[in-house]
Design a protein around this ligand. Structure first.
Ligand SMILES: NC(=O)c1ccc[n+]([C@@H]2O[C@H](COP(=O)([O-])OP(=O)(O)OC[C@H]3O[C@@H](n4cnc5c(N)ncnc54)[C@H](O)[C@@H]3O)[C@@H](O)[C@H]2O)c1
Ligand SMILES: O=P(O)(O)OC[C@@H](O)[C@@H](O)[C@H](O)[C@H](O)CO
Length: 482
């Protein structure tokens, strides 16, 4: 069978976008949009993909000449949508761990205009050990600072050569935070004031909020897909048709990124807070809080979980009784949004694995679920029992065992180490469990506070965890749906 790169000739477009991240999401969202605006709005641009971590997939992507097939499967306006396209906008890929010079060289391209990124919530971070001389620096904002400095020098501080940053990480004020960290590196590395001024004056940092469910590589359907495509593609990505990109930034950015002309749901707004809060708390909050419960219950995908009479009810009640009451938007709007999200979770055409959502689950819990717990407690002076149960389940999940089978935990090494130590020191007693919970709740590096200070939380988490360990998840969760 032919390979994708042997079946499709790639058109050459000027490299206008630097993309930090080669993951499924960016390929199914931003790169698909670039594909659309090239075809329908004359954007005439391509994307250079930079791998943010040492281990990654750019080599695989490069083997396919940057080409891959995107499937959009689901229901849109009541109609079944199933379409696929070969996305041909990636001009080349760079692994800065072996091609650092090529990475810096790219900064000298006058046509470059945008920087997009998606490095999970863990990515926009500051590492004080990063140095300008490193090849490459560890954190992605440090790599970007080195890139920007190179650009600043190459164009002698030309004000027209700044870049537009649109990060997609699901953290609040992602653009503002990225800029803050870049400025912090500029200071740490004693870079000249004129460079700092250039960062401020010539570059634009937009906050953005993305929404599209991208389960990624459809491993179970790949044989069927190969037969249909009649070529080999190891980077196929599958997503739902729904998409929304809310960008908070100056209106002129819209003229440079003509998404509206291609009929894309890209909104340029003055304040994306309401969109963000609604989406992160309801959609992502439901995902993240369902993962440990549903997975330990024996479910593997979001659809299986939402359609199960017990887990499904648990998730829906969590949304309607514990998340929505903490939000300030109109009740009707929230209920409509939540209903649509539940329908998206039921998408019969895609398998969204709970384990893929579980990546970096601790930091996700902090940004997507914890605010609902704290808000609920503050307004009702009560703890939301299902969300607290989910926190207990998360701690149980990090024990790394599902009915005798090891769970492939994916999180920050320090977090995995913490759990490994805590669970191996656990002596089986109630006191031991209390201590274990206390130490997890005290892990301020993730929570940014000591959660033991939340009145009643430690006891309730311990009680639920004890229940899960004693009865098993199947029995424990039933208590919520009687
Ligand atoms: N998949 C979806 O449905 C979806 C939808 C909306 C938003 N997102 C966002 O996209 C992110 C990535 O999802 P994906 O499906 O593309 O996952 P993925 O596993 O395919 O890609 C993850 C990417 O993040 C990078 N990364 C991970 N940890 C990092 C770190 N500490 N520093 C720098 N880079 C790091 C990886 O190198 C990789 O490029 C999610 O965390 C989420 O914020 C995903
Ligand atoms: O992509 P993650 O790993 O940050 O989170 C998992 C899901 O909650 C997320 O991908 C949603 O599907 C997405 O945010 C929908 O827009």
């Amino acid at each position: 069978m032919k390979k994708i790169q042997e079946t499709h000739e790639k058109k050459r477009y000027p490299e206008k976008i630097l993309q930090i991240g080669e993951g499924n999401f960016l390929r199914a969202f931003v790169d698909w949009m670039v594909f659309k605006i090239n075809h329908e709005a004359g954007f005439n641009g391509s994307v250079v993909v930079v791998q943010p971590l040492k281990e990654g997939m750019v080599e695989k992507l490069e083997e396919q000449n940057g080409l891959y097939t995107l499937y959009l499967n689901g229901i849109k306006n009541g109609e079944v949508v199933s379409e696929h396209s070969i996305i041909d906008v990636i001009s080349r890929t760079i692994n800065p761990y072996v091609q650092f010079d090529e990475y810096l060289q790219t900064a000298k391209n006058p046509e470059l205009r945008f920087v997009v990124s998606n490095t999970t919530e863990a990515g926009i971070s500051f590492d004080e050990n990063d140095k300008l001389e490193d090849r490459p620096q560890n954190s992605f904002p440090a790599k970007l600072t080195a890139f920007l400095y190179q650009r600043y020098k190459a164009f002698n501080g030309d004000q027209t050569k700044g870049l537009i940053f649109i990060p997609c990480e699901l953290i609040d004020k992602n653009g503002v935070k990225l800029k803050e960290i870049i400025l912090k590196y500029a200071k740490l590395w004693n870079l000249e004031d004129s460079f700092i001024n250039w960062i401020h004056a010539a570059n634009t940092f937009c906050n953005s909020l993305v929404d599209r469910i991208v389960p990624g590589y459809p491993k179970e359907k790949i044989e069927e897909i190969r037969k249909e495509l009649r070529y080999e593609d190891n980077m196929v990505v599958e997503a739902e048709p729904f998409h929304l990109w809310v960008i908070e930034g100056p209106q002129w950015v819209k003229d440079e990124f003509p998404a509206d002309q291609a009929g894309l749901d890209v909104l340029f707004v003055e304040d994306l807070t309401p969109y963000r809060t609604r989406k992160v708390r309801i959609l992502n909050g439901a995902h993240t809080s369902m993962v440990p419960v549903a997975y330990l219950y024996g479910k593997d995908t979001v659809r299986e979980a939402i359609e199960d009479p017990v887990v499904g009810k648990f998730v829906k009640d969590t949304i309607f009784e514990e998340i929505i009451p903490t939000l300030e938007l109109s009740k009707e709007e929230l209920v409509n949004f939540a209903g649509a999200v539940i329908d998206r979770f039921k998408n019969p055409f895609i398998k969204h694995y709970l384990m893929s959502i579980s990546l970096n689950a601790m930091s996700k819990f902090k940004t997507r679920v914890l605010p609902s717990i704290l808000q609920y407690k503050e307004s009702k002076n009560l703890l939301p029992s299902r969300l607290v149960f989910s926190l207990a389940a998360l701690i149980g999940f990090y024990r790394g065992d599902r009915a005798g089978t090891a769970i492939e935990l994916k999180d920050d090494a320090e977090i995995l180490e913490l759990y490994k130590n805590l669970w191996s020191a656990y002596d089986g007693s109630r006191l031991g469990l209390e201590k274990l919970v206390e130490q997890v709740l005290a892990y301020e590096k993730v929570w940014e506070m000591d959660l033991n200070e939340v009145d009643g939380l430690q006891k309730q988490v311990t009680d639920y965890l004890a229940l899960i360990m004693e009865k098993g998840m199947e029995e424990a969760v039933k208590d919520f749906v009687r």
